[in-house]
Design a protein around this ligand. Structure first.
Ligand SMILES: Cc1cc2nc3c(=O)[nH]c(=O)nc-3n(C[C@H](O)[C@H](O)[C@H](O)COP(=O)(O)OP(=O)(O)OC[C@H]3O[C@@H](n4cnc5c(N)ncnc54)[C@H](O)[C@@H]3O)c2cc1C
Length: 284
């Protein structure tokens, strides 16, 4: 995935709930591959049937398209034994890349808390993978430029990130953000703690203003005034929102790359457009 020092381009997908959605995703993956990403990643559901599909999608991308693909894996609702079984299954299928996450309790079981048989934090999952599987897996972890929504402070959050790296994680993919200064400050905070790993910024091209407001209120990412000012007045005009979202993402990505970001990880929401347009501009 990181065989040369050029900035990487990666696309995050999620497993669709229906067979029709799955077929549509396969066609989208074909098209996304034409944009020559360095790797894909596929999310792991908060519970329910979609969890098994993550490995299927990752395996398909690797086998059919010969592009590296990262399987997200979360601790919630899994015992340590179950996690070990999933990792063994990944190994059997030749999946070498995992994004080790804690996850959040699902909507239908919001009170779930980890017991003695579960992992409490993602750093424990990272240590477990290294303990049982050595260097078989390349391990990524989540980073939060504005601090995780539950972290008491940004400094403490950076310390927790350090515990993931110290446990054996190789690189970081960040939560979405819209103010690049938050990312630059985050990287500085991490470097001060001698975390030298790649910190790949996560980019969400805005295509739906009300969906964005809803999602950010849950994940704790802040929406700058500028974003409200651009997108709120055009929220009922999908075409104008799409065009403004593309323009915003291009500017954001160009500034990140100009200032040394080691890549761009796009939350594609399983869409080809606007990725094709954004990448054309960003690559120029
Ligand atoms: C790039 C990316 C991809 C994601 N993909 C998925 C996905 O596929 N599926 C999904 O369900 N969710 C996904 N998430 C969401 C993620 O699961 C949630 O944000 C979750 O709340 C935190 O996960 P984490 O791995 O950072 O947890 P952790 O690193 O365990 O952190 C969780 C909380 O505990 C604190 N903490 C961490 N370590 C310690 C410690 N040692 N002592 C005390 N406190 C600590 C942190 O500050 C934070 O508040 C993703 C997030 C990102 C950024």
């Amino acid at each position: 995935m990181f065989s040369d020092n050029k900035p990487t381009i990666s696309f995050e997908l999620f497993p669709p709930k229906t067979e029709e959605g799955h077929q549509k995703l396969l066609a989208t993956i074909d098209k996304l591959c034409e944009l020559k990403p360095n790797f894909f990643s596929c999310t792991y559901g908060a519970g329910g049937g979609s969890r098994e599909k993550t490995l299927d999608i990752v395996e398909l991308i690797q086998k059919k398209h010969r592009v590296p693909a990262v399987a997200h894996l979360t601790c919630v609702l899994h015992t340590k034994d179950e996690i070990k079984t999933i990792l063994q299954e990944m190994k059997k299928r030749g999946i070498h890349y995992v994004l080790a996450l804690r996850g959040d309790p699902p909507k239908d079981n919001p009170g779930w808390t980890p017991g003695a048989d579960n992992f409490k934090y993602s750093c424990e999952l990272v240590a477990f993978i290294r303990q049982y599987f050595g260097d078989f897996f390349g391990i990524g972890v989540a980073g939060f430029p504005e601090g995780h929504v539950l972290a008491p402070s940004r400094d403490l959050d950076a310390q927790y990130l350090k515990s993931k790296i110290d446990a054996g994680a190789d690189y970081v993919i960040t939560q979405l953000f819209f103010n690049n200064q938050d990312y630059f400050d985050y990287v500085k905070r991490l470097r001060k703690l001698e975390i030298l790993s790649r910190v790949i910024p996560g980019i969400l091209p805005i295509t739906d203003y009300s969906g964005l407001v809803r999602f950010c209120s849950l994940c704790g990412a802040s929406i700058p005034r500028e974003v409200h000012d651009i997108f709120k007045p055009i929220q009922n005009n999908p075409q104008k929102t799409l065009e403004a979202g593309i323009a915003f993402a291009i500017k954001q990505c160009q500034e990140l790359l100009k200032n040394g970001a080691p890549g761009l990880h796009f939350y594609t929401l399983n869409k080809l457009h606007p990725m094709d347009v954004i990448l054309k501009e960003v690559r120029i």
